[in-house]
Write a protein that binds this ligand. Structure first.
Ligand code: HAM
Length: 428
């Protein structure tokens, strides 16, 4: 029996790898356009790191293991704890604000479904040490800048924004206690993802009081910021911060991508302020991206109280959306591109083909040749199938110091001296 890939994982054959590279290269280019620097960390960490602050849901989805020294480890399900740990290690020497990006391979033992797998790639953008909401706007801008660069427009995608700080103030006004908040966030995050009865039962579990629950449901039905009127100064500040975020996004020219949505709460436990998720406009797919401000994570990991904000965008939903919108065009995908394919007209030049191909490569050009050889027609067919731009033919004239260069597309061919050809390989 042939061995299949493990459930929820993908094999990246060259065509799939080209798509992945296309996505990842776009992420990296957008990060650099906005001034982020790349970092990476280990693929596994201490299990306890995720148990501390990521929240119940992600802990249930961990791939964990015990190493031979008895250490409890887990494959990383997200990057933010690693980032917090790494920044904490060098917090006094890193110039702030720290603007970092990464594209880690992550694993979560989720139930595989459309857009959710057990192994995926996730673009992370984070800014540490900038308290102002301008940093949140910068992260959102960079994510939208990337999505826009793929051809997605404000008609295709939407950034749904809210604030945990605002929600916390409103929930407390509704009668919830500080201790209940974390559980309520967990339930509210599930609202759009589970059937109505299941949601109501979960909310009842987190908030036993009928009156408080009624008020919470009323808050969650609000359609705009104007409908919400926080009474406490904390609530008013959070509201003001959100309004400023919207005006910054307008200033950056991406206001039409953003929309207030009190229903965006986020599943992870560490968010403390602005939160957002990016969706396809039809909301037919799972979230493309999620992020927000997390002001306590570094402190909780033993560092100083430094504010941070960031987002993660997975490759799975994104790829589905790009495909649906016809934005994954073959000609844009970074596949193998050969400049030259060297062929011989008769067996006697077989070793010269090897020598010349090596010289072409050493000069910095992409070049290949047939290992089997065969007649010239067969080799030229292979040259054509390889997608090479030019074929270099070694025939009779090679003995007179000449070879033939054939442009594969036009079929135009020219006899040139071997020395001239070699000289032409030197890039100016
Ligand atoms: P998250 O909402 O858990 O946030 O994940 C962010 C994105 O990663 C999702 O919107 C989705 O695109 C992708 N994603 C998550 N799970 C899967 C999965 N099983 N299969 C495929 N894609 C998935 C975080 O991970 C936060 N650490 C993001 C962040 C960075 N917050 C601040 N900085």
């Amino acid at each position: 029996m042939k061995i299949p890939a493990v459930k929820g994982t993908r094999d990246f054959y060259p065509p799939q790898m080209a798509v992945r590279n296309f996505i990842v290269e776009g992420w990296k280019a957008a990060s650099r356009r906005s001034g982020f620097e790349e970092y990476d960390g280990p693929i596994f960490e201490y299990l306890s790191m995720y148990q501390m602050k990521s929240g119940e849901e992600i802990v249930e989805q961990l791939f964990s293991l015990t190493d031979r020294g008895g250490r409890q480890l887990a494959i990383r399900p997200e990057m933010t704890p690693t980032l917090a740990r790494m920044v904490n290690q060098q917090i006094h020497t890193l110039p702030r604000p720290i603007k970092w990006f990464s594209v880690p391979r992550l694993c979560r033992a989720e139930r595989p479904q459309k857009g959710r797998l057990r192994e995926f790639f996730q673009w992370n953008l984070d800014i540490v040490g900038a308290e102002d909401v301008l940093a949140d706007a910068e992260v959102i801008f960079c994510a939208v800048d990337y999505l826009r660069s793929t051809g997605l427009t404000a008609q295709d995608i939407v950034v749904r924004l809210s604030s945990r700080r605002l929600l916390a103030a409103l929930l407390k006004e509704a009668g919830a206690s500080e201790e209940q908040l974390a559980a309520i966030y967990g339930v509210l995050d599930k609202k759009a993802k589970v059937p109505a009865e299941a949601f109501e039962a979960m909310l009842q579990g987190a908030v036993p009081s009928d009156q408080t629950r009624g008020r919470i449901l009323q808050i969650m039905n609000s359609q705009s910021l104007d409908e919400l009127e926080p009474k406490t100064s904390e609530g008013k500040d959070a509201m003001e911060e959100l309004r400023r975020l919207f005006s910054l996004l307008n200033l950056m020219g991406i206001g039409d991508y953003a929309q207030f949505d009190i229903g965006v709460v986020r599943g992870l436990a560490y968010y403390t302020g602005v939160v957002y998720e990016i969706y396809d406009r039809g909301a037919l797919l799972r979230a493309i991206c999620g992020g927000g401000r997390y002001d306590n994570l570094l402190k909780d990991f033993g560092g100083p109280a430094v504010s941070a904000t960031g987002m993660g965008m997975g490759d799975c939903v994104l790829e589905i959306l790009l495909r649906e919108k016809g934005l994954l065009k073959d000609e844009n995908l970074p596949t193998r591109r050969l400049d030259y394919y060297v062929v011989f007209a008769a067996e006697q030049w077989a070793s010269e083909v090897v020598r010349l191909a090596a010289q072409i490569r050493l000069a910095g050009w992409a070049c290949d040749f047939s290992y089997k050889g065969g007649n010239l027609g067969k080799q030229l067919k292979q040259a054509d199938q390889s997608g090479a731009e030019r074929a270099v033919i070694l025939g009779e004239e090679f003995n007179a110091g000449k070879l033939i260069v054939k442009e594969m597309k036009s079929g135009r061919q020219e006899e040139v001296s071997t020395d001239e050809f070699l000289a032409s390989l030197k890039r100016v």
